[in-house]
Design a protein around this ligand. Structure first.
Ligand SMILES: [Zn+2]
Length: 122
């Protein structure tokens, strides 16, 4: 057992690791302070984004987005979660659109959809 310290509030906790860095990480993950809660939400959002956009994407109708696109979507999600922005989106190379939005109840929605392209030439 080691003593880990939450990186946000400094609260210490005994955790079952052998490495200090790991102990601090574990203590942070288990802490109930606001900073730690926010970090857990960011990790949750990252997982959800991986599920929708990476190679392991659950819906095989879509191609995997590039690593750079996935990083960009994660950054949009962080902006929506932490900066109070309401919504952000990016059109991906395959023509699908990624949208991250904050709902009125505080939930964050992540969507991937095919845009309907209407074009007028004149
Ligand atoms: Zn904490």
């Amino acid at each position: 057992m080691m003593q880990g310290t939450c990186v946000y509030c400094g609260q210490t906790k005994l955790v079952n690791t052998v490495d200090q860095e790991e102990a601090d990480k574990q203590a942070t993950l288990e802490c109930q302070c606001e900073g730690a809660k926010k970090e857990r939400r960011i990790l949750q959002l990252d997982d959800a984004i991986e599920d929708l956009f990476s190679e392991k994407n659950v819906d095989k109708r879509f191609d995997a987005a590039s690593d750079f696109e996935i990083e960009t979507i994660k950054n949009i999600a962080r902006t929506v979660l932490c900066n109070g922005s309401r919504k952000g989106s990016i059109m991906l190379y395959d023509g699908t659109k990624a949208t991250v939005a904050r709902k009125s109840n505080g939930d964050i929605s992540i969507q991937r959809n095919l845009a309907v392209n209407l074009e007028i030439l004149c």
